[in-house]
Write a protein that binds this ligand. Structure first.
Ligand SMILES: *Cc1c(COP(=O)(O)O)cnc(C)c1O
Length: 461
């Protein structure tokens, strides 16, 4: 994209060379990567990661929205070591269980909304959504309503990258590769006020976006719809925070029809909003919640589905065998690390601190960026935030075609030692929950410098 900033061609080190030759990188243009080489990250501590050129980067994305507890926690290393020595692996299929899975399930149920008491473990968020797809259809079969099969999701949603995950997601650039979405999934409008709000007030737009759910329900027929799935706020779509009117209207519509609610908590779970789950922040009553990412703070791969009593009761009382599971469902080492991660978040008061202290501070400082000449909007909640890059604040005209400004801004940000992620022309952050106020100041200072440089690059300053 911006060759001038990243091109270090012809000076690849050993790891970069191996990577170019043999590693097929996810969500990447592998041909371009082969020209420029990937940045090699080799250590991390707190909210910082380090590359093998000795650059220190403030990781304002917490990896991929997951390192909630921050990097370098010895307690997690110790618990993994101990668990590996005792029982590195056993499965949960054949009338067996183990302490890490049982204890973690109990802990998660104690933190989840009170009507959610069972946890099914997976290896990732995508697998959690695949699991939900099967659980929900099985649920309606058992209820004697087998026509209720279809899922309603939203445009620009992200629910993972497996066939079901990508189909539930609303990303056009994913759908166009591999003939997705699969049948039985449709996508309604997203509550993206900056882009689609037009002349409406936030309030009116939120209601309108929510009502596209009712329109779709009436079109497909209540008797054909199994569930509505949504992120509480969209993450990968660009930190899209719905207007305050949105969720109450969705709740009103869902209460009218017999349709399950799946709240995708893969990003928002484990403290991101200042509550354990965003379902508590927004007072939602989900039937199912996929989780992953912050569950283990990314230290080991683990995900799951928190199952509400209504669905669990039917599947368990009437369902017989549930013919679904993964070799690594509830992996003992991953589960032990996840449990310790949650215990640390609890015992160190991380989530209360986010709620009462650091997230109000982050949001206040982030809002200051709205005054910058190339920022059309700032938004956020808890420990996530986004801003829109524009040339003209009034018309919202973008700086350059094809979201070029977002890529340039990311490159300047990296050069300034700050990891911000572009989603088109939206720059987003989701820092570790342990970030301090001093580190938030550093983040904002680096973001301002980055915005200045981006503006100058396009002759806008
Ligand atoms: C990341 C993500 C997923 C997929 O999780 P993986 O562990 O990458 O499979 C699902 N839903 C949301 C909201 C996510 O952000």
């Amino acid at each position: 994209m911006s060759d001038t900033l990243t091109n270090k061609a012809a000076s690849f080190n050993d790891i970069q060379t191996k990577d170019i030759k043999h590693h097929f990188s996810p969500f990447s243009n592998n041909k371009e990567l082969a020209e420029h080489g990937s940045r090699v990250i080799n250590k991390a501590h707190g909210v910082y990661i380090y590359d093998d050129n000795g650059n220190k980067l403030l990781d304002a994305m917490a990896g991929l929205w997951c390192v909630n507890i921050g990097y370098g926690r010895q307690e997690l290393v110790d618990v993994a070591t101990k668990q590996m020595k005792e029982l590195p692996y056993y499965n949960l299929f054949f009338k067996t269980t183990h302490a890490p899975a049982a204890k973690l399930a109990e802990k998660i149920a104690s933190l989840a909304p009170t009507h959610m008491n069972k946890v099914f473990f997976t290896g990732s968020g995508s697998e959690a959504n695949d699991t939900i797809f099967r659980m929900v259809r099985r649920f309606w079969d058992l209820k004697g309503q087998p026509t209720k099969k279809q899922f309603i999701s939203r445009k620009n949603a992200y629910h993972g990258s497996t066939v079901v995950g990508a189909s539930l997601g609303g990303m056009g650039y994913m759908h166009e590769q591999g003939d997705l979405p699969i049948e039985g999934i449709s996508h309604i409008d997203q509550p993206y006020y900056f882009k689609e709000g037009g002349d409406d007030t936030q309030e009116a737009f939120g209601i309108k976006a929510a009502q596209s759910l009712e329109t779709k329900i009436l079109e497909i027929g209540e008797n054909n719809i199994a569930a509505f799935i949504a992120e509480p706020f969209q993450g990968a779509g660009g930190v899209i925070v719905p207007p305050a009117s949105y969720w109450p209207e969705i709740k009103r519509i869902l209460a009218k029809y017999d349709i399950l609610l799946v709240v995708d908590e893969v990003i928002s779970g484990f403290g991101r909003t200042g509550e354990w789950f965003a379902s508590q922040y927004y007072d939602l009553k989900p039937d199912l919640m996929p989780i992953a990412k912050g569950l283990s703070s990314g230290y080991l791969p683990i995900g799951g589905v928190i199952v509400g009593d209504r669905v669990a009761h039917t599947l368990i009382e009437k369902g017989g065998d549930f013919n679904h599971g993964f070799t690594y469902s509830g992996h003992p080492v991953a589960a032990a690390v996840a449990l310790k991660n949650i215990e640390l978040l609890e015992s160190e008061g991380v989530i209360e601190r986010v709620k009462n202290d650091t997230s109000p501070y982050l949001q206040k400082r982030w809002q200051e960026l709205a005054a910058h000449p190339i920022v059309g909007e700032t938004r956020g909640l808890g420990m996530v935030a986004g801003l829109e890059l524009v040339k003209n604040k009034d018309t919202k005209e973008r700086i350059a075609p094809d979201a070029k400004a977002g890529g340039i801004c990311r490159d300047f940000s990296m050069a300034n030692g700050l990891i911000m992620r572009p989603c088109g022309d939206t720059m987003i952050i989701s820092p570790p929950l342990v970030i301090t106020k001093a580190e938030i100041d550093e983040l904002v200072e680096k973001a301002v410098k980055t915005l200045d440089e981006t503006a100058k690059y396009f002759n806008l300053l």
